[in-house]
Each structure stands twice: as structure tokens, then as C-alpha cells.
Ligand binder design. Sequence first.
Ligand code: PMP
Ligand code: GLU
Length: 396
Amino acid sequence: MEISQVVQNIKPSATIAAATKAKELKAQGVDVLEFTLGEPDFTTPAHICQAAKDAMDAGHTHYTPAGGLIDVRQAVADFYEQTHGLKYAAKEIVLSNGAKHSIHNALMALCNPGDEVIIPAPFWVSYSDLVELTGAKPVILSTKEEDNFCLQPEDFESAITDKTKLIMLNSPCNPTGTSYPPDLLHQLARIATDRGVHILSDEIYERLIYEGSEFKSIATFGDDIRANTITVNGVSKAYAMTGWRIGWTLSTPEVAKAMEKLQSQETSCPSSISQLAAKAAVTGPQECVDEMLTAFVERRKYVLERLNAIPDISFPTPGGAFYAFINVSRYFGKSLQNGVTVDNSTDFCTALLENAHVALVTGDAFGAPGFVRLSFATDLKTIEAGLDAFEGFLKG
Ligand code: PMP
Ligand code: GLU
């Protein structure tokens, strides 16, 4: 059978591919130090698991409305009102099978073939492929390390054409950890809205913010900006619920209806049990989020101290999320561990895995040649051993 052109044209998710490669090596008995997936290592808090068990026992084992159970959507709406002062009707919220699926829905609902979608780079690996699936064209705009990888308003303005449909913003950002200053985010949102460019704001890391950074949801910047924005979020990162697959969008009634229609044909609905677990996550005690954040603060501090002591690398200080994004390009062409030399990030990651058994993700997949991504969503012991091995690899 011949595979369709559209599927031939997309790449497999590089983060998932890197994790699979590391796991294969582990299965062969190699002691791999793994920093690939952006996935909290904590187990889902007990009260959330209990809510899922209760849901099953109570018979919530059937299809739900396509956009999710109305009380769960209401719980998400209440959560936004409490945390951001944003009032959304339950019907403006669509629950999906993870934030990745929410992004797919949003792009499918808005993009036509030939439209342009602006994506500031470095960007999360799935963005450009999800845009391509719609037939629209990803327009990748590079940002600079010296600007802390923040898109500058003038660069955004000059990339807008009459075909620009949407800009994808992601603060805090995967892979850089960049948390945009609210003023700058507001400026970008203002430009987009004034120029008729819709905004997809991926806020999946909003609860993972470090000292010195501030999070503002783009929809809070004003009624016209809110009406022009689809906000994406979910429970994967904040509540260590990656496997439950629940994400959501906040948008307008028309866009929500369109996404619900799409979802009714594609997946029927997200898992009923996971929806009720997500409801427990947003309505239940929030201390679990703070406890996990405390662990991430400690890991981040350790990672930054260790990286600061390594010569000839550079990296932005992550204001949010759980990634260190490291410029290793000054090591290209030099003799590394076991005398290997590399001249790009992808080969760097392969050589690092083969020689030092450390698994990172290549920056090439994030539109950032010369960089590698380290996810510190893992325990300190592994991080310590991983950084020892990484340092040893660079020393040669
Ligand atoms: N957006 C970003 C920036 C991410 O890093 C991820 C990774 N999980 C997602 C969306 C998707 O999250 P989910 O697990 O909810 O699909
Ligand atoms: N978003 C995470 C990452 O970047 C999980 C993997 C994925 O969904 O691509 O590693």
C-alpha cells in the first residue's frame, strides 16, 4: 500500500523517537541516562487516581459528549476564573486527548491549504508537522540566543503577509524554557490582533514558573485579544498526568463548535475516566503541584550550577518548564570522548548516546541547529550521573 503524501511529508516526533531509541538501548542492557522526554517522573497524585477509580465504579465508562462532559468543562472554566480572572462558558472549552490533540484541533479548525502559520524558533517539535497536516505552510522565524529566544515585535511584524492566518506562541517555551515578559507577550498579541492574525497560545507549562518570571495568560490582555486567541493547556505537565491524555482549548463558541465537530468524527470524545480524573486535578487540592514544582526548582538549580561550570557551552536560564537548552556548537570539530568528532547536533546526540550513554534530544528537531535539549524532569541522582557523563564526553 502506498502511504499518503501528507503522512509521507511529516516526520515522526523527534522527542518520542529519541526516547524510543534510549529505551531500545536500555532493553539491550545498556545503562542509559535518559533526559529525552518532557514528562514529569512523579506518579499522578493519589486523589486524582482515586477519582478515576471512583469514576469507573460509578459506571462512567461510556462515550461522553464529543467536547467532553459538561461538568468537567465547567470545572476547567471555574479554574480559569479563579486563577486568571477569565470567564469562559463551559461550551467554549473543548476537552481533547492531550494538548497535542488540542493543537491539532485548533489548526484544523482555522487553517486552509496555502495559509501561513508563523512559528518562532526554537519551537516544540510537533508544531511544524501539525501545521503541515492541515496543508498550511509553517513560516519559521528564528529568534536569537541574546534575546533569550524571545520573538521581537519588529521581526513578527515584518513576517506577516496577506496569507498569515495564525501565530503559535508558547510561553514558557519548550525547548528553551523561555518565559516571555508579559509586556512583550502583550505587544506581540496586540500586533497579531491588529493585523488579523489569530493566536494559538500554548500555555501547557504555566504552572512551572521559576523565581524572577511571571506568567500571564494571553487571553487576559483584553477582550479583542481574547476573542482572537485559542488557548491550549492540559493536565500532563502540572499534575504528572501525561498518560491520561487530557488537554483542552479555550476559544470562542464558533471555534469550539468546529473543534467539537471535528473531534466527533476523529475520536468521538476523550476518555471518560481521564476526564473525571482531570476534573479532580483542577478542583482538588493544589499542593501536589507546588510539591512537584519544589522538586523542579531544586533540579533546575543543580543543572544550572553544573552547566555553568562547563566551558564553551551556553544556554538561556529557563524561566519556566523543565528543560535546559544547550548550545554545544563550540564543540563541533573537536575531539570528544573516544576521539569522536561531530559537526552537528544530531550527530552530537548520537555520539553522546553511543559513547557516554546519555540521551538528549537534538536541537535540529526544534529548529535550532547547534543546540541539544536536556529534560530535567527526572530524579537528581540520574541528573548528577548524566551531567558527569556529559562533561566527560565533552572533555574528550
Ligand atoms: N505543548 C508543548 C509545548 C509540549 O511540550 C507538550 C508536550 N507534552 C504538549 C504541548 C503536549 O502535551 P500533552 O501531553 O497534553 O499532549
Ligand atoms: N512534550 C514532551 C516533549 O517535548 C513529550 C513528548 C511529546 O509529546 O513529543 O518531550
